[in-house]
Design a protein around this ligand. Sequence first.
Ligand code: FAD
Length: 211
Amino acid sequence: MISCLKNKGVVFYENEEVIDIKVTNGTISNITTNKQELIVDEVVLAAGSWSPLITKKLDIKIPVQAGKGYRINTIKETGISIPAILCEAKVAVTPMQGFTRFSGTMEIAGINHKINTVRVNAIANAAESYYNNLEISPKEKATAACGLRPCSPDGLPYIGKSSKCKNLTIATGHAMMGWSLGPVTGKLVSEIISDRKLSLDLAPFHPDRKF
Ligand SMILES: Cc1cc2nc3c(=O)[nH]c(=O)nc-3n(C[C@H](O)[C@H](O)[C@H](O)COP(=O)(O)OP(=O)(O)OC[C@H]3O[C@@H](n4cnc5c(N)ncnc54)[C@H](O)[C@@H]3O)c2cc1C
């Protein structure tokens, strides 16, 4: 996908942090990163759990909380070939190429990547209790990682333009469904920016909605 976009002329600035945004007459004119200053015409904000930190600079409130989830990968042959959700334990099981991934938990503990081993062990224990002969090693538990899901108060993402800024399209708050919903959100964002007919009524996802 990335090489396809690069072939079409899309330029990626990697490992670069947006540190300031300049607004002139309700329109973003410049974005300053830690490496350069960009003059912009349209801006898409898709900064996940960090989105409120950026909209704060624009005096826009986007309530998003980081919901931390953990994953453990096991490279041992597990014989698991069917993805599953262990409903009672709230653990997702995903056979990947060369390893099996167990993931779960929703920890509301701010923006950080600290690993809570109690939660990691709970995922491992749950997985082992569902699958005969499955053993997750201490090393695999020790290399567990976490990620931050951007969660909104009503569980719906924010997709659309804030009334406070003409050229800012917000696309965040996808919580546990960001990989699945990324493509459709991308399509909607392109329709918003190019002023095309929307494929979906976006009223429930409006960034200005109140709770
Ligand atoms: C354990 C786990 C399992 C999951 N499983 C699934 C699943 O099976 N299916 C599914 O659909 N979803 C799943 N998700 C959820 C999915 O990962 C999220 O919904 C998705 O990552 C949200 O995407 P995003 O692009 O909005 O935010 P992020 O992925 O958080 O991306 C935001 C990006 O913005 C960058 N950023 C922040 N601030 C700045 C700044 N100032 N300047 C520049 N860049 C900045 C961050 O570095 C980050 O790269 C899972 C999440 C976890 C944690």
